[in-house]
Design a protein around this ligand. Sequence first.
Ligand code: FAD
Length: 352
Amino acid sequence: MTQHADVVVVGGGQAGLAAGYHLRRQGLDFMILDADTAPGGAWQHMWESLHLFSPAEHSSLPGRLMPAQPGETYPDAGHVVDYLTDYEKRYGLPVQHGTRVGAVRRDAGGLLVEADTGIWLAKAVISATGTWSRPFLPAVPGRSVFTGRQLHTVNYCSPADFAGQRVVVVGGGNSGAQIAADLALDGNAHVTWVTQRPPRFLPDDIDGRALFDVAAARRRALDAGRTDTGGLASLGDIVAVPPVRAARDAGLLTAKPMFSRLTASGVRWDDGSRAGADAIVWCTGFRPALSHLAPLNLRGPRGHIPTDGTRALGEARLHLLGYGDWTGPASATLIGVGRPARDAAREIAQLS
Ligand code: FAD
């Protein structure tokens, strides 16, 4: 039996919850379908030592400040899960956990949302599926030849899994720097950190608060037709969160350039030098999880769906929320997703 709603939100992480908050304020009838069996989105799967790069009061969804975590300036991932769990409950958001959406299709009456628990017909859909379920691994020669363990950021848990091992951490972004620091500070693994270009640490006094300000200023400049300031990339790539700073200052975070290939027992550089490895941790980023939207045929360059704000250019009843700056400045952050969620809900309320 097909169920009906004004709006179906696909994904119940922070972006889906922010959407729910604003859909409720618009008086719309909606359902949030979420593949995870528990609240918290990707935060429930992150590695043990991960902390936010902004203080709690700068990491809040609309309507409710994230409380401080006792003893921590930068809350850990467990604290974010608790906050999102409470947020879902406090606002009575209708989230159906353990429900995966396989496809969204056009139908005479609206958009048909095919989930593994049933079918929904909606006047509009907000896709908020994040990127965590689509880890990206680069095509590096020899990847199938290496006989050790290969894992991605999404599989990394703690240094205890690598005690006594030689580990190569690949990636010059925040995940790469934090995981390399986590392993190096623990001191029980031999770590080689590899980055495509020399690592660029942001100044120590810049954390997520400043990053959000830069993203917002960039958006204002672009909207006003002024020159692109380059956004966050103009400042650096790596937030010097306390463990990264500690490892860097102890001389434990010096990066080698990217190797040219994997061998059976490790990695090899162009100049013929080698490093043996028991494990490679690929901290090489993510792609948006959009396969459920394939039937709508909307994919543009780089696997993104072209949008105006959050609205898909090729399908006015579809909005995309979270994912990255392409769906709104800082929309893939806790503090940044509120505004695009509000705009999406307003636009949907105006659909007739
Ligand atoms: P997710 O949290 O991934 O939630 C998506 C939800 O959609 C999941 O629950 C998933 O089960 C569900 N889903 C996926 N596919 C389907 C489907 N087909 N059907 C139904 N449900 C589906 N941001 C900050 O503000 N501060 C930080 O300090 C910070 N640190 C970060 C550190 C790391 C390592 C990473 C990767 C990101 C960080 N971010 C940070 C960015 C961002 O806040 C998180 O990535 C956040 O999880 C994004 O939320 P989301 O709701 O868009 O996606």
